[in-house]
Ligand binder design. Structure first.
Ligand SMILES: [Zn+2]
Length: 332
């Protein structure tokens, strides 16, 4: 995102300048990080599990909101007024700091922002044995992980990253793509988590295509088939083209966004995408609909079981479990 370069800015009243910066500061925002647990390398104690958290990409490829806010802060006093709460307020936390140079670190607003995690490596229950520096992940209240259709059990832990792969012995789950046990072990990495989200990118791979439109009928922007008396045009048998796919994706996202706005569901933004919460009643158009909600309900079952054990195997935190959808579309 580039800062507004329009000449009339100086002539605007302060309220408008503030409003411009409020919009640009993207709150609640999304930050993208890589999280990597490691044990016993670099001469460290074999019994201590540690984690590293680093930005998900370089400045030009990472759409994280913390990068935008740092740039906004430098523009003028109005911009600083808006972002200072997001960079220095009581609920902020510096998640990462460059090792060299006088550059600003990655600061998130724990009260409102979402941290999207790309997890590298093997999940192990952090309450098995000692664990060090988990305070790095403390304070983060909203965590999201991209839900991928092609998560499969794999013997390769690092590539590609099937982070919730099943490593259970002699256990078969109803679902294969995500192991609820691995998921149960993953959640405690974030000691202050309130909400966990699976993020689903809307594409032709993730949406169930709508039924074909009957001859002579047209589909409105919302995907509803219009009833009109127009002379039916001969409809050529068509295979889904790129344009068609883009249209279906965009209609689906618009529908989700309207529902989210109407019902005041969670919405987040980063420099590229808008992310909207999608409730179970509305996600049946997603191919992984059943899978996701099944994993969520199995996880809740595991928490219930854990709480009956004395002493409990780990502090059961039970964050809310939600789905977020987003798409390649340009933001409004
Ligand atoms: Zn499993």
């Amino acid at each position: 995102m580039s800062l507004p370069a329009f000449q009339k800015y100086e002539e605007l009243v302060p309220e408008l300048k503030l409003e411009i910066w409020r919009q640009a500061s993207l709150s609640p925002g999304v930050h993208h990080f890589k999280v990597r647990p490691w044990i016993g390398t670099r001469g460290a104690d074999l019994n201590v599990q540690r984690v590293d958290i680093t930005p998900a990409g370089q400045a030009d490829s990472d759409p994280s909101v913390w990068r935008a806010r740092i740039r906004i802060a430098k523009a003028d006093k109005y911009s600083w007024d808006v972002v200072k709460k997001l960079l220095k307020g009581a609920s902020t936390k510096e998640i990462w700091r460059p090792q060299r140079g006088n550059y600003s670190g990655a600061v998130i607003d724990c009260d409102r922002d979402l941290v999207c995690v790309r997890f590298h490596g093997l999940i192990s229950n952090p309450y098995i044995g000692n664990f060090g520096d988990f305070d790095k992940l403390a304070g983060i209240r909203r965590v999201a992980v991209e839900y991928r259709k092609n998560w499969r059990p794999s013997i390769m832990y690092n590539w590609p990253q099937p982070i919730f792969q099943c490593l259970c012995h002699n256990t078969t789950h109803d679902i294969t793509a995500v192991c609820p046990k691995a998921f149960e072990d993953f959640i405690p990495y974030f000691p202050d988590i309130d909400v966990f989200y699976f993020m689903v990118k809307l594409t032709s791979q993730t949406i169930i295509p709508p039924p074909p439109v009957p001859k002579g009928k047209k589909r409105s922007r919302q995907g509803v088939i219009k009833e009109d008396d127009q002379q039916p045009e001969p409809a050529p048998a068509e295979s889904p083209t790129r344009g068609k796919v883009a249209q279906v994706t965009s209609e689906t996202f618009t529908k989700f966004r309207d529902i989210a706005e109407r019902n005041k569901l969670d919405t987040f933004e980063d420099r590229v995408y808008t992310y909207c919460e999608a409730r179970e009643a509305d996600t049946s158009c997603l191919l992984m609909h059943e899978e996701i909600w099944k994993v969520f309900s199995e996880l809740k079952g595991l928490w219930k079981l854990a709480k009956t054990k004395l002493p409990p195997p780990y502090p059961v935190r039970e964050p809310e479990l939600k789905v977020l959808v987003y798409t390649e579309l340009k933001k409004r």
